[in-house]
Design a protein around this ligand. Structure first.
Ligand code: X8Z
Ligand code: ZN
Length: 499
């Protein structure tokens, strides 16, 4: 399945003789930059056609084998074995309750974006329905930042296009990773070893096929750590470079633990390290420091535009991060059977994200396979966990840096940048060095003083945006939530049933 996914190619929208378009970089770029709904639909559908049907039977076999392996390890099924790492019988309820707390914020940004998209695309977007998934700037509608441009709260306030800025400043792939490394070093974390620079693959090879989905590797010899990424010069990849380096930094910090404990406190922690750094990097203060933002003014409108763009990455991801494994847990538990794979997938996409496919789907399609982690068997709830706890970590390090104070409105959480703050870095280091030698509540307590996952830091970070969205939606009488989609997922077997 990984081979099918990583070698799949489709034809161009307006040129049937160009049929060598790959997910990275071509399709990703089209989804991000095209504003032609027909072209977007073409790419969206063709990518799914190129992967889904070819993976369908393999996936069924994988589910059986994976469950068999789980049973041999004394689990009931793979869902149970995946959840075991969180060491909490209440874990699923915890996640559901976090989502319930975060949902009101999601509903606001969802409603606002649908309203704006309707202005741009007209009736392709309905007033009260789910948002068509191909219009959100990303193949899976998991982050929407690429459509920020025509959604900005204050469109007249000029916003720099950071991708354009990176290119104008001649950023190379090397410079992107050196910039990321500089941040880690500035807070007293450890630099990348020489072999990291020699052995990592940071650009897409021209002479062979490779799995392009970004990843970080620990070779467990305390020396050899690498990243594999088909880096493009875009802001998204700039952030991903920090994400991947966060994994490597964690590897380095816990390298002296016994092998058994050279892991994240839980998988969500591993995903949160680099993102935590990016939360500082994406502050206006920091973008200015590294010369990506020229404007000197930080009036509330600019600040809100920036917060909104971060929201299009962080808030919008939450329901996607949750539903991926809601679907798989049910698959592994046998509650979703192969003939229901696709339609149940769309039920969840609609229920949690409020998105719909651009065209009708059937049970013959297999759209979950169009997402890397599904076919590569990478559990996904870790990212939901990460997107919640990275804000807890951020709150803690910003307090340590004296840049956040709950009682001081002049120091809001979203303006904090811990660059060069070694106190913040040392506190983080203490938690990272534990690896998995302690249960994760102990680890999170070392940094934050809290022993549980808690949505309040994320809500605090986005508070000004939340307020603004509520007012704006009210003012424009925007419908909050969504009615049932008119795009169906048809079960062909149901249709064939005799009366
Ligand atoms: O897969 C990743 C990383 C590698 S662990 C690039 N992420 C998820 C995704 O791309 O779907 C980071 C955010 C979510
Ligand atoms: Zn990761």
């Amino acid at each position: 399945m990984e081979k099918i996914y990583s070698t799949a190619k489709i034809c161009a929208f307006d040129n049937n003789s160009t049929c060598d378009l790959a997910l990275e970089p071509e399709l990703t770029q089209t989804l991000a930059n095209s504003r032609n709904p027909e072209e977007l639909k073409h790419v969206w559908v063709e990518w799914r056609n190129a992967v889904g049907p070819h993976c369908r039977l393999l996936f069924e076999e994988y589910v059986d084998l994976s469950n068999e392996a789980a049973r041999l390890n004394n689990f009931t099924n793979t869902a149970e074995s995946w959840l075991d790492g969180y060491e909490d019988p209440q874990f699923r309820q915890q996640i559901e309750s976090l989502w319930e707390q975060l949902k009101p914020l999601y509903l606001q940004i969802h409603a606002y974006v649908r309203f704006q998209l309707r202005k741009k695309y007209g009736d392709v977007v309905s007033e009260k329905g789910p948002i068509p998934a191909h219009l959100l700037g990303n193949m899976w509608a998991q982050r929407w930042r690429n459509v920020a441009q025509f959604n900005l709260p204050y469109p007249d306030k000029e916003e720099v296009d950071l991708t354009a800025e990176l290119r104008a400043q001649n950023y190379t792939v090397d410079k992107i990773f050196r910039t990321a490394e500089d941040f880690f070093k500035s807070i007293n974390l450890t630099e990348m070893p020489q072999t990291f620079w020699e052995r990592s693959i940071l650009e897409k090879p021209k002479d062979r096929e490779m799995v392009c989905h970004a990843s970080a590797w620990d070779f467990y010899d305390r020396k050899d750590f690498r990243i594999k990424q088909c880096t493009a010069i875009t802001m998204e990849h700039f952030t991903t470079a920090h994400h991947e380096m966060g994994h490597v930094e964690y590897f380095i910090q816990y390298k002296n633990q016994p092998v058994k404990f050279r892991r994240g406190a839980n998988s969500g922690f591993h995903e949160a390290v680099g993102d935590l750094i990016s939360l500082s990097v994406e502050s206006r203060k920091h973008l200015r420091k590294i010369g990506l933002l020229k404007s000197e003014s930080d009036d509330p409108e600019n600040v809100l535009n920036n917060l909104f763009q971060i929201g299009l990455d962080k808030i919008v991801f939450l329901p996607f991060g949750y539903l991926m494994d809601l679907w798989r847990w049910d698959v592994f538990e046998g509650k979703i059977t192969p003939d229901e794979y696709n339609c149940k997938w769309w039920e969840l996409r609609e229920k949690y994200q409020g998105v719909e496919p651009p065209v009708n789907r059937t049970d013959q399609d297999f759209d979950p396979a169009a997402k890397y982690h599904i076919i590569a068997s990478v559990p996904y709830i870790r990212y939901f966990v990460s997107f919640v706890i990275q804000f807890q970590f951020h709150r803690a390090v910003c307090e340590k840096a004296g840049q956040y104070d709950a009682n001081d409105p002049s120091k809001p959480l979203h303006e904090c940048d811990i660059y060069q703050n070694t106190e913040a870095g040392n506190a983080l280091k203490k938690m990272l060095q534990l690896g998995s030698s302690r249960p994760w509540p102990d680890a999170i307590e070392v940094l934050t003083g809290q022993r549980t996952m808690d949505a309040s830091a994320l809500l605090e970070y986005f508070k000004p945006l939340h307020k603004w969205l509520e007012q704006e939606n009210k003012k424009n009488k925007v419908f909050i939530g969504w009615e049932k989609s008119t795009k169906g997922c048809v079960n062909t077997k149901d249709k064939a049933k005799p009366e």
